[in-house]
Design a binder for this molecule. Structure first.
Ligand code: AMP
Length: 214
């Protein structure tokens, strides 16, 4: 199974990709997590990406492409869920070409539908473990007590002033992919509101009825 989770920041792509990893064994490929790790380690990719992420902009396509290419190749081109990739038409075109060369293709793209109001509420309550990349929600999934509180941070881009900017970037640069994948009959919509488990069950149901043989 090769799927991509799609939607605005805060729709729950990361949490749902983690559940697909746990329950379906799909490799969780998150360009956001890879970029934050690169920044923390101070690698050349991290140094380059940092300025864009601090400004709540998309990181240039060529940088993220290298990360996506390596992660998908390491996974032998199968059994993965993409979280936050592709985010532009250019990235989607590259991904199609890259997978086609390997005689592979995405089985579907899951568009998680969440109201703007809930997105803002979720992002402002989100915290992340800087070591593992695991996401928490202060109310619904608080960080465990045995984890060092110093490792649990609020992402700078989850602070109120950055959230609006990221939603604007999503509408302008990423939302056009809805049309792109609808035209290719790959886009399925799933209600992204409710409990983690309910949303997960809806995703499984939608994906397997869309691509039953995978
Ligand atoms: P995420 O963790 O998916 O919310 O991504 C956090 C930030 O990383 C985004 O706001 C972008 O700055 C950058 N980023 C992640 N994935 C991509 C991508 N596919 N293309 C460009 N920038 C990305």
């Amino acid at each position: 199974m090769r799927i991509a989770l799609f939607g605005a920041p805060g729709v729950g792509k990361g949490s749902q990709a983690a559940l697909l990893n746990k329950n379906q064994g799909l490799a969780h490929i998150s360009t956001g997590v890879m970029l934050r790790t690169a920044i923390r380690k101070g690698t050349p990719v991290g140094l380059e990406a940092r300025q864009y992420m601090e400004a709540s902009q998309l990181v240039p396509g060529v940088i993220v492409r290298v990360l996506a290419e390596k992660a998908i190749t390491d996974q032998n081109f199968d059994q993965f869920v993409l979280d936050g990739y592709p985010r532009t038409i250019e990235q989607a075109l590259w991904l199609t070409e890259f997978l086609t060369e390997k005689h592979a293709r995405l089985h579907c793209v899951v568009n998680l539908i969440v109201s703007d109001e809930l997105i803002v509420r979720r992002l402002s309550q989100r915290r992340v473990n800087i070591d593992t990349g695991e996401n928490y929600h202060l109310k619904f999934k608080p960080p465990p007590e045995n984890v060092d509180p110093k490792l649990i941070i609020q992402r700078d881009d989850d602070k109120p002033e950055a959230i609006q900017k990221r939603l604007d970037v999503y509408r302008e640069e990423t939302h056009p992919l809805v049309d792109f994948y609808q035209k290719r009959n790959l886009m399925i919509e799933v209600d992204g509101q409710g409990s983690f488990e309910d949303i997960h069950a809806r995703i499984i149901e939608a994906v397997y009825s869309f691509a039953p043989s995978q």
